[in-house]
Design a binder for this molecule. Structure first.
Ligand SMILES: C[S@@+](CC[C@H](N)C(=O)[O-])C[C@H]1O[C@@H](n2cnc3c(N)ncnc32)[C@H](O)[C@@H]1O
Length: 245
């Protein structure tokens, strides 16, 4: 492979794919798709639908099975490190099969809670593959959440804090935070009567669901709705903004 495009495709809404992303997709001969198992089939389908809509020239799709990993390890960093190593070895093998231009479609933006760029750097660091690569930014789920709730993420001049459910449980909520990757409804453990939540699931997708209100008043509704949606579809992606006062 001589050239690789890492293309952010937005967080689910096909209309949020940028013109720059479409132009890059049209250069690509082989797309690498990292599969996440049957329950995430729909996410792979969103990507293939985007390609079918925007790319007329012939291309190939190479699916790369995602190696399994322990989701609740004692040694979190060690397990992630090992998983990245196995994933990058699979990518290296796949890259070696391609002569021309490759592409990876990344959910949202590649700079936010996504390991694709780290994996590519790993592949290059091994020294056996040589290729140039370009990153095309995408609309993140953070932006999609803010837009759907018509929210500014911070007070005037204040910083933005983006974190994970795990870190929210460990560190608590100082003032406000956008929380991603939270399979455990960690907002229920945030104390205080003055916290507001703006929650969104499947943003930009047909099952999009939005709930907002004072945390203590709506938390149970979110927990129940989340569990029901997850049971119906077999998977869920959700994100929320918490703010005090
Ligand atoms: C591995 S991260 C990827 C983030 C992605 N790179 C981005 O820019 O949004 C996956 C997390 O993003 C959030 N997410 C991504 N897409 C979403 C969507 N359509 N609706 C709600 N949350 C979403 C969820 O918190 C999910 O757990």
């Amino acid at each position: 492979m001589r050239k690789l495009y890492v293309i952010g495709i937005g967080a689910g809404d096909p209309d949020q794919v940028t013109v720059q992303a479409i132009k890059a997709m049209r250069q690509v001969e082989v797309f690498f798709v990292i599969g996440k198992g049957a329950e995430k089939r729909e996410l792979v389908e969103v990507r293939t639908a985007i390609l079918a809509e925007h790319v007329e020239r012939p291309y190939r799709i190479v699916e790369i099975a995602d190696p399994p990993r322990d989701r609740t390890p004692a040694d979190y960093q060690g397990v992630v490190e090992d998983w990245h190593e196995r994933r990058s070895a699979l990518l290296e093998d796949a890259f070696a099969q391609v002569d021309g231009v490759g592409g990876i479609l990344v959910w949202g933006d590649p700079a936010l809670y996504d390991s694709t760029l780290r994996m590519i750097e790993r592949v290059l660091a091994r020294g056996t593959a040589h290729f140039d690569y370009t990153v095309i930014p995408g609309v993140t789920s953070v932006q999609a959440l803010a837009a759907r709730h018509r929210m500014v993420l911070h007070r005037i001049g204040e910083p933005v804090h983006i974190t994970t459910g795990r870190r929210l449980r460990e560190e608590g909520l100082a003032d406000s935070a956008v929380v991603m990757l939270d399979g455990d409804c960690s907002f229920t453990e945030v104390p205080g009567a003055d916290v507001h939540i703006w929650w969104g699931a499947y943003l930009g997708m047909p099952d999009e669901t939005l709930i907002d209100g004072p945390l203590r008043e709506v938390e149970q509704e979110i927990v129940e709705r989340r569990a029901r949606l997850r049971a119906e579809k077999g998977w869920i992606m959700d994100i929320y903004l918490l703010s005090r006062g």
